[in-house]
Design a protein around this ligand. Sequence first.
Ligand SMILES: Cc1cc2nc3c(=O)[nH]c(=O)nc-3n(C[C@H](O)[C@H](O)[C@H](O)COP(=O)(O)OP(=O)(O)OC[C@H]3O[C@@H](n4cnc5c(N)ncnc54)[C@H](O)[C@@H]3O)c2cc1C
Length: 403
Amino acid sequence: MGPVLIAGAGAAGLMAAVFAAGRGRRVIVVETTTDGGRKIVISGGGRCNILPRALEPDRFVSDSPRPLVRRLLRSWPLDHQKAFFERDLNLPLAFEAESGKYFPASNRARDVRDGLVALAIRRGVEFQFETKLVELVRTDDTWTATTSRGRIEASAVILASGGRSVPSTGSDGAGLDLAARIGHTIRATYPALTPLICDPPVHGSLSGISLTVRLRARWQGREAETTGGFLFTHHGYSGPAVLDMSHLAVRSRLAGGERAVLRVRWCDLDAAQWTDALQAGTGLVVSVVARHLPARLAERLVVESGIPSDRRTADLRRDERTSLVDRLTSYELPWTSDEGYKKAEVTGGGVALAEVDHRTMQSRVAPGVFLCGEILDAFGPIGGHNFAWAWATGRLAGLSATS
Ligand SMILES: Cc1cc2nc3c(=O)[nH]c(=O)nc-3n(C[C@H](O)[C@H](O)[C@H](O)COP(=O)(O)OP(=O)(O)OC[C@H]3O[C@@H](n4cnc5c(N)ncnc54)[C@H](O)[C@@H]3O)c2cc1C
């Protein structure tokens, strides 16, 4: 029986390799880059937010049936995932209560990548770095894989080649094109979890300010909402809340026509509470606002509301207060574009989940081919959810391809 071939040594491919080799079969991993796992290494600001507080399939975005996302994500319960890292990989995890995220206790993302590669090698996996899978052709029960270095006859192939996000890490979309050539439907792909741009940068002077906001996005009847960090950048906006909502902005831009509307509530206070605070407050309006928001932002919102910065609360007109409260609780964020795949943490769209057997990750259109990770049509929010997806689907593909 031929070896199991895995294309891609990212999060999903490495996990697939570890579990496939655990079953005693010959496993070969081909990987375009010199070392693989580059997204793991740069993840979480170099710390790798390895897992979330809880698996939350309902927060995933997919154009495929939601029950499939649920089944796949839950195929490896969170406690089992944590136990794998701590026991099998000997990588203690630390839970950060404030953000609800798990990180390796060492705070070094590299330890995750290196630990997975080392475990795979201990289990006998053969790595071929600087080797790209170029084509797959099926003959009887065998897949002939053409790589940039030669041919491999494999009894099963696991496509773990990622999507299109941050192509400098090796995932340039070639795997998606290959999946299409062997018969898969690819749901239209788009950059997701990517910063937004405002050109001209009308808020450039606020660059560096970060705060926790509630952000709502609306486009073509789709509505989404999140609470989380927001960061003003030189060119626009970033931070978890912006990244989590960015897919609606991106999709509206790609579709042309009506643009997604993003509205920000800058702090916990709602309209009634702001009205009370402004009516009860004494002194300058801007000082009352600055009690709850960073001073530069407070000043900007007051001025944008047409209120002079020396206006006192006692002199605040009703229409001025209404205008200010509206900006404080439902601020329409001006955006013109996004940072695209260059900065996107994940790819939206991908191989239609209905074409993959959710019990095994085996392709329904190309038997003997298994798919896992970002190549599939689903992504989760910021917070370790995308690794949870890569680990769970990678493990399932590795186990199934060798059973
Ligand atoms: C900056 C950044 C920070 C992130 N931080 C986090 C985080 O903290 N927590 C979290 O949960 N998620 C995070 N993510 C998302 C997470 O990294 C991805 O969801 C995950 O890496 C996807 O894993 P994958 O194995 O499916 O794809 P990838 O990691 O993209 O791996 C695919 C691999 O396949 C290789 N490859 C591609 N085509 C071929 C081919 N034809 N032949 C051979 N090899 C090929 C590539 O070189 C690559 O190594 C982050 C992403 C980015 C970009």
